[in-house]
Design a protein around this ligand. Structure first.
Ligand SMILES: Nc1ncnc2c1ncn2[C@@H]1O[C@H](COP(=O)(O)OP(=O)(O)OP(=O)(O)O)[C@@H](O)[C@H]1O
Ligand SMILES: [Mg+2]
Length: 239
């Protein structure tokens, strides 16, 4: 049984169709990456899954429940967490307050294990201790990504959505962050759907990928198989 399933999802922004018949799935404990050029539709897919964009047609199922018409907070309650590409860190709150924020606004049933999740998240991102009292405003790009990811974990989700978590990180930081993404799955058993425009980033973490182009899924499978297809290869490597 798939944890998340999108079936023939069509999404419009205004009169522009940004997603066309998107059908994808993510199983329990899997790391899946959406790969595509700028403007391909990765963020639109993630927003549609979180409920920030509503599809015109198609179905989204999470844990076998039809969530197509649920608002974002209900999806968060069911166990979907999001770290958006713009990070969304509250600049006038401290890191600690940013991390507590989801609990202030959303009551999640799985919160029984909530005290543990905080400990586990700090074990995965030990730097958070040092940043605790710092204001969101002063965080570096890499620190902001870490806080946004940690915050998305605070309600103990079963599916974590990460929009370009590795984009713009310095090489050493990138390698470390990719390891942390894998550790999230290992330590917490959380499935992850991430978006990256760089297939080399995807290959560091993902079990399998979908290639998105002009709002459509043009490939689903392993990273290795993309390399064998000249047309796909050209698409994802941008030449
Ligand atoms: N608010 C909007 N109004 C109109 N068109 C939009 C809006 N937001 C996104 N689009 C269009 O939807 C398409 C998909 O955008 P999306 O942000 O999903 O791409 P992406 O794959 O995440 O790109 P990137 O790698 O640059 O983040 C693009 O053509 C974009 O111009
Ligand atoms: Mg995007």
């Amino acid at each position: 049984m798939a944890l998340l399933e999108l079936e023939r999802v069509n999404t419009f922004i205004g009169s522009v169709q940004v997603l066309r018949d998107i059908s994808i799935n993510v199983d329990k404990g899997e790391i899946v990456c959406l790969v595509g050029r700028n403007g391909a539709g990765k963020t639109s897919t993630i927003k549609t899954i979180m409920g920030l964009l509503r599809p015109k047609s198609g179905t989204i199922r999470f844990k076998d429940e039809d969530i197509t018409d649920l608002p974002p907070y209900r999806r968060a309650r069911l166990g979907i967490g999001l770290a958006p590409d713009y990070r969304g860190i509250f600049t006038d709150l401290t890191v600690e307050e940013n991390l507590q924020f989801p609990k202030w606004v959303i009551k999640r049933n799985r919160n029984q294990s909530g005290s543990n999740i905080e400990k586990e998240v700090h074990a995965i991102f030990p730097e958070l201790d040092r940043l605790r009292k710092r204001e969101g405003l002063v965080l570096s790009g890499g620190e902001g990504k870490m806080v946004a990811t940690a915050r998305a974990l605070m309600l103990n989700p079963e599916l974590l959505l990460l929009d370009e978590p590795l984009e713009g990180l310095a090489p050493i930081v990138l390698v470390r962050f990719a390891e942390r993404i894998k550790k999230i799955r290992e330590a917490l058993g959380i499935a992850i759907l991430l978006a990256e425009s760089n297939i080399a980033h995807a290959s560091r973490v993902a079990d399998r990928i979908y290639v998105v182009e002009r709002g459509e899924i043009v490939y689903g499978g392993s990273v290795e198989d993309v390399s064998r297809d000249e047309q796909l290869n050209r698409l994802v490597r941008g030449f």
